[in-house]
Design a protein around this ligand. Structure first.
Ligand SMILES: *Cc1c(COP(=O)(O)O)cnc(C)c1O
Length: 555
């Protein structure tokens, strides 16, 4: 009956998924990665079906006041405008109520003829209690109990839905631990045969710190899900004091991976005893390449979109045309910034971009550690900076950081043009990662599991200047593909030393290397743009990533 689903045999579960700006079912990197996974699967005709929640009220729409205060607005969207409702319902028991779950089908189509179905689970059904209808309203909203119910709908409801639709799934891919309950559902169906379930499951962890993993008190688990499986068994699989969703996934998945080599290493240290692999993230090349570079690649590297390896041949493109393509993207961004804010940016100034989730460890404010130094650099060669990013509604530190950035932007007004753009999402990301000259990333190491925005930048010849964490440890060649901020992870340094060296690099490399190169050695600058494309974009894409998942995990 469901033609689109007949051939699919890998199920990819993700709490969030970013398909486009109008479907508000993502909050950041994890969701955009899931979207890129789906897009590459469609291009490559991988028989994958994705499962997520419909999050009908979205994550939130961000407004920023003059003082840098974030105001959160509901970000509702209408599924029926984009997808069709499937005539199938399944049940999940929650607090001893039978909660009905339906699914919307969205088809991600590729020009290669491939198509990847995405199922959006929805509990907003007549007959469900009001509180149950709201389970799939808010992405990352509500309290612990709300999150637990969402994860039950995703994991258990998802498996049941796939089954009801007649799919024959042979691999379940858990994109982060939110969907670990799916493994419990499989366990129950197969006589509690742990080995059988392990053979079916693949787990990708994204969180490099212990505190970042979902954990639920067992009293709450019992109250909400009842005796789904015997408590003793659950504790053996998910941890003794609290139900740790990551532990559950680790114990019930044969293939486990981190999202960059360094992240694999930190995951191994955090979870000794598990065989943890590395598949470094990638981004969907076509989606994240701006119009002018798409045209340029079409002219010189035909077929690049479905075979991004071809980008290794970037030297076939003349320097002037690379610069021209970049200039077009830059004009697009600067016009957008000037039209939507009171910033007065220009096309010729070295433009730095910083956009990511506003949260403590990302340190958007690091560049403002020494305003005098920043002023001095700016006197030697002008800079302008575009910021963006949302703070989770409950992230006080992230919000404080936004206020600090806003205040520094004000203090330097008239000297360095800077702006904090509202409501960071996929469209704004696409403009920023292609329209700036330099992509800045200053996370506190080792907290950036991978990072993907820098990979988007390199597809557009935008050069990275970043702390050596996540993917950048693998991408960085000093002075060739960009520049490092602070010590290499293999160096043993104290925290104070690390911070001091980060600030030294940040200011000194800007002043003595980056600014002079940009203004005085344009030919060399364009070389580093080409190196970003030829040495990085050809590798850090989701086609390569998905082929690795197929070979190492799905087959
Ligand atoms: C790519 C992307 C991210 C992730 O960027 P990081 O570098 O991993 O922080 C977050 N949000 C949006 C909207 C994106 O497009």
């Amino acid at each position: 009956m469901f033609e689109a689903l007949r051939e699919q045999n890998v199920a990819y579960f993700s709490m969030e998924i970013g398909l486009n700006d109008d479907i508000h079912t993502y909050s950041g990197g994890l969701g955009v990665l899931a979207g890129d996974t789906v897009r590459s699967s469609a291009d490559l005709k991988i028989p994958l079906v994705a499962v997520t929640l419909v999050s009908k009220r979205g994550y939130f729409k961000q407004e920023i006041t003059d003082d840098g205060n974030q105001i959160e607005h509901s970000d509702e969207w209408e599924p029926s405008n984009f997808m069709k409702l499937l005539p199938v319902e399944v049940m999940v028991k929650i607090q001893n109520r039978d909660v009905k779950v339906k699914a919307w089908l969205y088809e991600v189509k590729s020009i290669t003829g491939g198509m990847t179905p995405v199922l959006f689970l929805d509990t907003d059904l007549e007959g469900n209690a009001q509180e149950d209808r709201e389970i799939t309203f808010f992405l990352y909203g509500g309290d612990e109990e709300y999150r637990l119910k969402q994860e039950l709908v995703l994991g258990i409801g998802g498996v049941r839905m796939l089954d009801a639709l007649g799919t024959k799934i042979r691999r379940y891919h858990l994109n982060e631990g939110h969907s670990s309950f799916l493994a419990l559902e499989l366990l129950r169906r197969h006589n509690m045969d742990v080995n059988w379930v392990r053979n079916m499951c693949i787990f990708t962890t994204h969180t490099p710190i212990e505190a970042g993993h979902d954990k639920f008190p067992y009293e709450l688990v019992e109250e909400v899900m009842g005796q789904f499986i015997p408590l003793e068994t659950l504790k053996k699989l998910g941890g003794h004091d609290r139900l740790n969703m990551t532990r559950l996934a680790l114990n019930l998945s044969e293939y486990v991976n981190g999202v960059a080599k360094r992240h694999r290493d930190s995951s191994r240290a955090m979870f000794p005893g598990y065989a943890i692999h590395a598949i470094t993230n990638g981004i969907h090349s076509y989606t994240w390449t701006c119009e002018s570079f798409r045209k340029l690649y079409d002219k010189y590297l035909l077929g690049w979109a479905n075979e991004p390896e071809l980008l290794v041949r970037v030297d076939a493109i003349p320097n002037e045309e690379v610069w021209q393509a970049h200039r077009e993207a830059k004009i697009g961004l600067i016009n957008h910034v000037n039209n939507t804010t009171n910033a007065d940016m220009d096309y010729d100034t070295l433009t730095i971009g910083f956009a990511r989730r506003a949260t403590g460890y990302k340190r958007a404010n690091l560049i403002f550690s020494d305003l005098e130094k920043l002023r001095k650099i700016n006197r030697k060669g002008k800079m302008q900076i575009v910021f963006a990013g949302k703070a989770h509604p409950k992230d006080g530190t992230g919000k404080e950081m936004m206020r600090e950035v806003s205040s520094c932007i004000k203090q330097l007004r008239g000297e360095i043009q800077m702006v904090y753009m509202e409501d960071y999402g996929m469209d704004l990301a696409a403009k920023m990662i292609s329209g700036v000259d330099l992509w800045l990333n200053t996370p506190q190491s080792p907290l950036e599991a991978s990072g993907t925005s820098g990979m988007k930048a390199v597809h557009n010849g935008v050069v990275n200047f970043s702390v050596l964490d996540g993917w950048w440890v693998e991408g960085w060649i000093e002075g060739v593909t960009g520049w490092a901020i602070g010590p290499h992870p293999n160096e043993v340094v104290t925290n104070e030393e690390r911070k001091a060296r980060e600030l030294d690099d940040l200011y000194n490399k800007l002043e003595y290397v980056i600014v002079p190169l940009f203004y005085q050695r344009r030919d060399r600058w364009i070389e580093s743009m080409k190196n970003s494309i030829g040495k990085l974009a050809h590798y850090f894409n989701s086609h390569r990533m998905m082929l690795r998942y197929v070979i190492e995990a799905y087959l």
